[in-house]
Design a binder for this molecule. Structure first.
Ligand SMILES: [Zn+2]
Length: 143
């Protein structure tokens, strides 16, 4: 069961952001979808890293969920797991002055902070720029 925690660990904080959208703007489907995407579904970018590792479009679910392919490939890209994306979402909030964007921002940054706290990573590892400057080397990301 522990190995499946990755499927559920981001649900509580995402649900809080979804509830805030509902509280402030009823059931605005656009922002509800954005909160669910940036708070929960962004882990879909693991598929990007997995497919680069496998070099074919076939997913072994057990292998995928284990995350062991990071150790073998020695690379971590995860393009959606980037504080730069959080900053862009915050800018969008300020530019459009739409309250719901702040909840999308919170959904994303809370996902990253939870990942950063629960994974054994170095402080800057959730900055895409940092990973790129270090050639996405797993040793520069993980402790
Ligand atoms: Zn994640």
């Amino acid at each position: 069961m522990y190995k499946y925690r990755v499927l559920f660990e981001h649900l509580p904080l995402t649900i809080i952001c979804v509830c805030l959208v509902i509280y402030f703007d009823n059931f605005n489907l656009i922002f509800l979808s954005l909160c669910i995407f940036f708070g929960y579904i962004i882990d879909i970018d693991h598929i990007f890293d997995y497919l680069l590792f496998k070099k074919k479009v076939k997913i072994d679910f057990q292998e995928f969920i284990s995350g062991n392919y990071f150790k073998v490939s020695k690379r971590i890209y995860l393009p959606l797991h980037s504080y730069e994306l959080s900053i862009i979402l915050l800018f969008i909030f300020f530019i459009f002055n739409e309250t719901n964007f702040i909840f999308v921002f919170f959904a994303h940054i809370l996902h990253l902070l939870q990942d950063q706290i629960t994974n054994k990573v170095k402080p800057l590892s959730y900055f895409f720029t940092y990973r790129a400057l270090n050639s996405f080397n797993v040793n520069c990301v993980c402790k």
